[in-house]
Design a binder for this molecule. Structure first.
Ligand code: NAD
Length: 484
């Protein structure tokens, strides 16, 4: 029997994990569980990443982590163990499946509108890189990373998953009309990958429109793939469509290690009372069984869960209030008692188990480091973010005073809006400007040219940050300012 790592978590974590493992044992799931030390009490013992060295080693050896919710201590400057785990082990695809559950009333279930949406959220990049700086007391700047190999990994996974699910449609949610280079890159990769899957209808929807359409016609969507932050928001929206976070499973998929967890938190208000709803963790556990090829076992348990929900049995957080609620253990026992029963809707087909031992391998060298791009970028300018409280005209005059003949000052912006050479007196200003210098004759520049200009600018400004402007052929690899 194969072993997987289990971290029970904090708050209600141990109660719901024990309930789920009880159901697994009753269903004779052919897995052994090695409990590892992760969570708040591990932070409290002095481990700054919330897991012991042994826990990290065990998870890396076993490849699969099944985890309960964990608390991140507040005010100690430590990072969330949940995010650390996803990023450290490159679980690049967060898959959340949302479906109508009979017995969990929502506006859509009452209206007879079925929901079966899978959200695939990129799990590593975007603003979750945490690259943020306060440039001045008044101005904070955050950067988001969207990379071609990172986008390719998650989008390929989404297409493969959609094909296996028998999906009709796969949609890319994005904001490429505003974030033309970052979301634009994600969207470009989406359509490149789409060419390899002609059997799937691939389309894209701008994320704000997507949210509106999801809450009006959720039945039109099948698989949706998004960047990290937008995916985070849209997946919670979808959880709301099917009855809340208590019914939302989450799988963090990587090539080496995968993590399966409930999406809700540790629910400290009800911890220790044996009244928590284990459904989200159970659904995540079932996604784990399917990931391991345990299709039949997963279907038997899922059908029993759906049957139990249909028959009105519920914990206190949902369901018909005229029917008394049961506690966590009673809910788990009801599911066990319903093994072999079929729900009237959404019954899962019983497909034979096809167990695959998780592959244990490590990255000797990282293939994502190799770019397929053969043409190199040329430097053709620089953006300097400078602190200043004077008017745009004066900023431009000072910047022009320092401009070397190799450069021309093309724009000065404030919060992304052009304020020089043209602008409006109605544009509100903060004390950080961006001065854009581009190559005067269009010829490439060197980093030493940039440094020389940087040095000259420091005579009149604090240069808070700088960004090189690149070009490949005729294509500028930087965006224009608003109003430029
Ligand atoms: P929460 O999800 O823990 O609780 C929000 C509300 O939902 C509470 O009223 C709670 O009682 C209820 N609830 C949550 N899960 C439930 C369940 N299974 N059954 C019945 N009711 C349930 O969110 P929070 O209060 O914002 O966060 C509490 C802690 O959890 C924080 O320390 C947070 O950092 C952590 N957290 C961890 C994860 C994770 O491990 N993936 C995710 C979110 C929050």
């Amino acid at each position: 029997m194969d072993k997987i790592a289990v971290a029970k978590g904090d708050g209600i974590g141990p109660e719901i994990m024990d309930a789920v493992l009880g159901i697994f044992n009753a269903a004779k799931v052919p897995l052994e569980y090695e409990v590892v030390d992760m969570g708040k009490w591990v932070f409290d013992k002095g481990y700054s990443n919330g897991m012991t060295t042994e826990a990290k080693q065990t998870i890396e050896d076993l490849s699969i982590l099944f985890k309960g919710p964990m608390e991140t201590p507040k005010g100690k400057g430590v990072k969330s163990v949940n995010v650390t785990a996803r990023k450290t082990w490159n679980t690049y695809a967060n898959k959340r499946e949302f479906q109508t559950l009979h017995g969990v009333d929502t506006v859509f279930s009452k209206a007879g509108i079925p929901i079966d949406i899978t959200i695939v959220r990129e799990n590593i990049e975007d603003t979750y890189g945490g690259i943020e700086h306060l440039l001045t007391h008044d101005v904070a700047l955050g950067r988001r990373f969207i990379t071609r190999p990172g986008s390719l990994q998650v989008i390929k996974y989404a297409f493969e998953m959609a094909k296996k699910k028998g999906a009709r449609r796969i949609t890319c949610g994005h904001k490429a009309n505003i974030m033309k280079l970052t979301d634009g890159l994600f969207l470009e990769v989406f359509y490149e990958v789409a060419k390899e899957y002609p059997e799937l209808k691939a389309d894209d929807v701008i994320v704000d429109d997507l949210c509106m359409k999801l809450v009006t016609r959720p039945d039109l969507f099948d698989v949706v793939v998004l960047t990290n932050l937008q995916g985070d928001i849209v997946s919670d929206l979808c959880a709301g469509l099917v009855g809340g976070l208590g019914f939302a499973p989450s799988a963090n998929i990587g090539d080496h290690i995968s993590i399966f967890e409930a999406v809700h938190g540790t629910a400290p208000d009800i911890a220790g009372k044996n009244i928590a709803n284990p459904t989200s963790l159970l659904l995540s556990g079932l996604a784990m069984l399917r990931h391991l090829g345990l299709m039949e076992t997963s279907a038997i348990i899922e059908n029993a869960l759906l049957y139990t929900l249909e028959s009105g049995i519920h914990t206190g957080d949902f369901g018909d209030k005229t029917i008394p609620s049961v506690n966590t253990t009673e809910f788990a026992n009801a599911i066990i008692g319903n093994f072999g029963k079929q729900p009237s809707i959404n019954a899962k087909p019983i497909i034979a188990n096809n167990y695959k031992t998780p592959t244990h391998f490590v990255l000797d060298n990282n293939p994502m480091l190799e770019s397929i791009e053969s043409i190199k970028e040329e430097i053709v300018g620089v953006d300097f973010f400078v602190e200043s409280h004077v008017q745009p005209k004066i900023v431009a005059e000072l910047a022009l005073k320092h401009t070397l003949t190799l450069f021309k000052l093309t724009t000065v912006t404030n919060r992304g809006t052009q304020v020089w050479p043209t602008g409006s007196i109605f544009t509100n200003l903060v004390n950080t400007y961006m001065c854009r210098f581009e190559s005067a004759d269009g010829e490439p520049l060197t980093q030493v040219d940039i440094l020389e200009l940087y040095k000259r600018m420091t005579a009149d400004f604090k240069v808070c940050s700088m960004e090189l402007l690149n070009r490949i052929g005729d294509k500028k690899l930087y965006s224009s300012a608003q109003g430029q």
